[in-house]
Ligand binder design. Structure first.
Ligand code: ATP
Length: 300
């Protein structure tokens, strides 16, 4: 996967933006990918997160054409639980994430966090409460240490080191020629997909939002990296409400609940064991992936 490096003048812009709004950097790049259009309602209040329960209530949505991409989706992510969303390519998984961040408004139905409709609250407050670990992480031309600090620009050095430790990056960083001062970027170190994702996890840990969203990398990581990342996600999900888009069912067997999306609808939901026992779409996908593992180790 291509590494993304940002020029320094852009970095300055990002820094100022972050100091101003404390916007999560990953969110900001995601925002830039999507046409602006959603505006805060007049007098929008700040989202107040307590337990961090997310609910999709009969959500319908289409991207402006006549076809509805999301068709009556309802599910709950209870506080401090881990819920996975799976389904074949084009089923609508990423679209659900975009709706949760309110990059688009639902056509009907509602999405609530601790009972507050996300349409009623300011977008800044909504995005401040959600940490994102995207498939591909944006890295800057600076040290690996400062790259982690972008998760929360005013974090102290010890807090950054703690996040590095919790994201299982310490051994990797210790092995680098200049340790935490090793430069990342065009003339510096190139990180593997798994290492980049751990930088992203460390940033999210530093931000410590009540809600965490992971977009599992579609390309297979080596099994050592994957194990480490799964361990970090599992640690986090005991403390924070966690939503994961997964492409490999083997990575989310421990989720409290898995939502199986098919053509914009919830086909089935339950734990890994319940879904296997049902013998439906999940069980079918599981069989397919078991046969494919080692070759094409993903859903689509
Ligand atoms: P994948 O696993 O391949 O990432 P997905 O389940 O995440 O797929 P989505 O990306 O949510 O699926 O896409 C669902 C449908 O919405 C697809 O048919 C896709 O072509 C369509 N779609 C996605 N983004 C847009 C957009 N910006 N405008 C119009 N259609 C879109």
């Amino acid at each position: 996967m291509m590494q993304v490096f940002m020029p320094l003048n852009f970095l300055g812009f990002v820094y100022r933006e972050m100091k101003g709004a404390m916007t999560n950097i990953e969110n900001m790049f995601a925002v830039m990918d999507v046409e602006p259009g959603v505006v805060d309602r007049e007098g929008a209040t700040a989202l107040a997160v307590g337990d961090g329960e997310i609910r999709f209530h009969d959500v319908h949505f289409g991207y402006g054409d006549t076809r509805d991409i999301i068709r009556g989706v309802s599910f709950t992510v209870p506080s401090r639980q881990k819920v996975a969303i799976v389904g074949s390519s084009g089923a609508g998984k990423s679209t659900l994430f975009k709706l949760l961040f309110r990059f688009y408004d639902v056509s009907s139905g509602d999405i609530t966090i601790d009972g507050q409709s996300i349409r009623q609250v300011s977008q800044t407050s909504l995005r401040q409460q959600i940490g994102v670990v995207p498939q591909d992480t944006v890295l800057f031309n600076t040290s690996i240490f400062e790259n982690v600090r972008y998760g929360r620009i005013d974090a102290g050095d010890e807090e950054v080191r703690e996040a590095i430790r919790l994201a299982y990056l310490s051994d990797f960083i210790a092995s680098l020629p200049k340790g935490e001062h090793t430069m990342v970027g065009e003339r510096g170190l190139k990180l593997s997909g798994g290492e980049k994702q751990r930088v992203s996890i460390a940033r999210a840990l530093l931000k410590h939002p009540p809600i965490m969203v992971f977009d599992e990398a579609t390309s297979s990581l080596d099994s050592h990296s994957e194990k480490i990342i799964l361990k970090a996600i599992s640690d986090i999900s005991h403390q924070q409400t966690t939503l994961v888009i997964a492409h490999r069912l083997s990575t989310i067997m421990d989720a409290d609940r898995t939502i199986v999306l098919d053509n914009g609808q919830v086909a089935e939901q339950g734990s890994h064991v319940e879904l296997l026992a049902r013998g439906g779409l999940y069980a079918h996908l599981w069989d397919v992936q078991q046969h494919e593992s080692g070759s094409i180790d993903r859903l689509n």
